[in-house]
Write a protein that binds this ligand. Sequence first.
Ligand SMILES: Cc1cc2nc3c(=O)[nH]c(=O)nc-3n(C[C@H](O)[C@H](O)[C@H](O)COP(=O)(O)OP(=O)(O)OC[C@H]3O[C@@H](n4cnc5c(N)ncnc54)[C@H](O)[C@@H]3O)c2cc1C
Ligand SMILES: *[C@@H]1O[C@H](CO)[C@@H](O)[C@H](O)[C@H]1NC(C)=O
Ligand SMILES: *[C@@H]1O[C@H](CO)[C@@H](O)[C@H](O)[C@H]1NC(C)=O
Length: 441
Amino acid sequence: MSPSRTDPPAKRLRVVVVGAGLGGLAAAIAISRTGLAEVQVLEAASKLGELGAGIQVSPNCSRLLIRWGVDKYLADNVVLPRYGRVIRWQNGEVLAQAPMMPQIQEKYGFPHWHVHRADLHEALRKKVEELKIPIKVNAKVIGADVDDASITLHTGEKINCDFIVGSDGLRSSMREVVLKGEEAAPPFVTGDYAYRFTVPTEDMAGDPVLADCVKTPMAIGWWGPGMHVVGYKLRNETMFNVVTVFPDDGTMDNTYKMEGEIEHLKELYKDWCPQVKALLDRARPGTVTKWKLMDLPPLQRWHRGKLVLIGDACHPMLPYQAQGASQAIEDAAALAQCLRLLPLRDVGPVFQQLRYSRATQIQKFAREQRGKNHMLDGPEQEARDAAMKDASTAARSAYAWTWAAEDGEPPKPWNEGLFGYDAEEEALRRIRKLGYSVDDE
Ligand SMILES: Cc1cc2nc3c(=O)[nH]c(=O)nc-3n(C[C@H](O)[C@H](O)[C@H](O)COP(=O)(O)OP(=O)(O)OC[C@H]3O[C@@H](n4cnc5c(N)ncnc54)[C@H](O)[C@@H]3O)c2cc1C
Ligand SMILES: *[C@@H]1O[C@H](CO)[C@@H](O)[C@H](O)[C@H]1NC(C)=O
Ligand SMILES: *[C@@H]1O[C@H](CO)[C@@H](O)[C@H](O)[C@H]1NC(C)=O
């Protein structure tokens, strides 16, 4: 895609990106790549970095990272899962196993990766550095003027620009500015907490109960009543990432992240199959974090004046579909095209129009996925398991989603809607359809 347009603008846009998470760094890269803007990133924390552990990067996201040249900085850190497998909590029975790589690559043209969040963040940071985009740390943004595009830091310093990207996450201060307090509804608790930790693959390979989990790279989900566990390898297959989701026990009323209690973790899953218990036995003190999973009601608007929200700031993704980071990165790609092709006053409304229905659908799927993962044992769960074990399309279709029809397009099977999506191409198609000129070859 050509980064230039036929008539270059009189001056380069100055864009300020608030928040250097995965979404903010992706936005800085995508916008800088248009060649039309000077980008600056502001981060509240005193140093850059990412917590948590693994994330799944689906092909709709890997295609953007590859196009932007971020993949070269990921190198051997990505893992290509061979399968996705679902296991019954109680007896270790395999309920379903679906091929992932290389089939996903063959079908969608781009890979599915398992990657450590810190590795993805670092790869994006290196690309930002390569593009000579400055990142200012210790820069907490406390306010923004959306008419003349300026932001205020906690130090009182004011920074002027032409456009602001609010990628400051779930507890976004830029969201307050967009909603002006009127319609602001704070994040709410989902009723679930999560524990996250990693185990060296080598240790598991030597354990007869766990060896099967690490022999072949795959995404494993153990589903049970009210809870589930997910595991997959990271970092050139040297590390096994574990996330366990379980009901709110009231211990996190005043915080959203704390050190995990290993005894509590083991107690929660004490009736689960030997494999899960053996896995949790390998959690080491000081390496387990406990998270409160939060959600946000759908927002009426994602933009105001010269400020646009992306990522968790406007559509946080519950981790039941593992898509939040990917959606933030898709947002970044679409927003860059809006900035490149549209008059500034149209950027916010068109961006929201391009992204709203997709992001909202994925949020809804993630919320629904929670119910599927956590079904109580009984007739409904038996029907689910029977359908998952039945390879026939007819039985499975009762549980498969389709991608709702949108903008005159026919509905698509879930995976195609999700994985076959090119956020940049889609933005161009929709912008063209709205009657703007898109002068690409
Ligand atoms: C337990 C768990 C598991 C998950 N698993 C997955 C997964 O497998 N796959 C996946 O794709 N997603 C997953 N997600 C979701 C994913 O983490 C998020 O959707 C994604 O990180 C959002 O990126 P972001 O850049 O929008 O926000 P964030 O990553 O929250 O980044 C926001 C940044 O803004 C900074 N900031 C905040 N306020 C200010 C301010 N006022 N001024 C300046 N800077 C500020 C913050 O310090 C931070 O660096 C998971 C989430 C959780 C909780
Ligand atoms: C790919 O699609 C999934 C599901 O829709 C979504 O969660 C993910 O964020 C998408 N990736 C990108 C880069 O948009
Ligand atoms: C990744 O693993 C492979 C196989 O074990 C090894 O040959 C390669 O050197 C590793 N890469 C890095 C960067 O460690």
